[in-house]
Design a protein. Structure first.
Length: 326
């Protein structure tokens, strides 16, 4: 059911109150880090309110691989016992690593000539390095469970994923550019989770998206490290799109380009093969504008078949969440 690699029992309809949030298993997060809920207005749902789950004072998860300064190259074989260097801003000449030794040139993103509907390993470039894997616990191969991406925001500290990825989950860590166990820009602790009322009040697939705030790493904000993609709202349902995701059976992100279509008024669809469990939350990026216009989720929590993915339609509800998180 869906693309989440750690499926949880779906929740029944309930009111958006603090007691109901605690009832779905957030008590553990309160014990570990302190969680509270407040209500914000959701303009699309005319009688509803957004719920913000804020995780305070959660300790940063240990970084398991060396993160480069602007003049350093990440290790191709990080060790958990190696103390991480502070991550530096994205340097496309030095951000990549190869398994055969020296660092390789990482070009700025340029739209490639692609065959539509073909899935392969995502190249290393400025766009793909903004996509990363979500972890709970150790940052280690096989331990990631969903996908997220860095978005542009005034606070320069936000990432975007699917709401079903983070429901009832605590101690989430985001690793941008994750490949084969490497953490080229460090790991980033999630401190707040913002989801819309429609999701909180019954897992509405039309609101299966979440904005997450992350703490700075070594006093550096995540968007300052890797940049961020703008969020696009009210985009056409039929548009050529690049789709990224981390399968739970692989340690590199995959990429497919194809034209999306209308599933219904609040759901878009894309046909791309081999987007399996773990790819939930992966961004739909408009090929023409570079804007994120969706995330794998929504209908069937992203799709019951690996060759077809879905996203809730991005309208002002998403923009409202970003504004609230900022």
């Amino acid at each position: 059911m869906g693309r989440h690699s750690k499926q949880r029992k779906r929740r029944s309809l309930r009111s958006v109150v603090l007691g109901s949030v605690l009832a779905v298993g957030v008590v553990g997060a309160i014990t570990a880090a302190g969680v509270f809920s407040v209500h914000l207005r959701d303009a699309r749902q005319r009688t509803s309110a957004d719920t913000v789950a804020a995780v305070g004072s959660a300790p940063a998860a240990p970084v398991t691989g060396a993160a480069p300064s602007p003049s350093a190259t990440p290790s191709a074989s990080p060790s958990a016992s190696t103390e991480a260097e502070p991550p530096g801003p994205l340097n496309v000449a030095q951000a990549g690593s190869s398994t055969d030794g020296p660092a390789r040139q990482v070009p700025p993103f340029a739209p490639p000539d692609v065959k539509l509907g073909v899935t392969g390993t995502a190249p290393i470039n400025t766009e793909s390095l903004r996509v990363g894997a979500l972890f709970t616990g150790d940052v280690a191969p096989g331990n990631h469970f969903c996908t997220a991406s860095v978005i542009d925001s005034p606070g320069r500290n936000l990432i975007l994923t699917a709401a079903h990825c983070v429901s009832g989950v605590s101690n989430i860590v985001f690793v941008p550019g994750y490949r084969d166990g490497t953490v080229p820009f460090g790991s980033w602790q999630v401190t707040k989770v913002y989801t819309a009322d429609g999701w909180q009040n019954g897992d509405d697939p039309d609101e299966d998206f979440a904005v997450l705030a992350v703490a700075p790493t070594h006093n550096l904000r995540i968007e300052d490290a890797v940049g961020g993609n703008p969020v696009g709202v009210n985009a056409a349902l039929t548009v050529q799109t690049r789709l990224y995701g981390y399968s739970d059976s692989a340690e590199k992100p995959v990429l497919c380009t194809n034209v999306t279509s209308r599933e219904d008024a609040f759901q878009r669809r894309i046909d791309c093969p081999s987007f399996s469990n773990g790819t939930s939350g992966g961004p739909f990026i408009d090929s023409a504008t570079g804007e994120v216009i969706g995330v794998i989720g929504g209908y069937q929590q992203g799709g019951d078949a690996e060759d077809t993915s879905y996203s809730a339609y991005f309208d002002h509800t998403v923009a409202d969440l970003v504004a609230r998180a900022s």
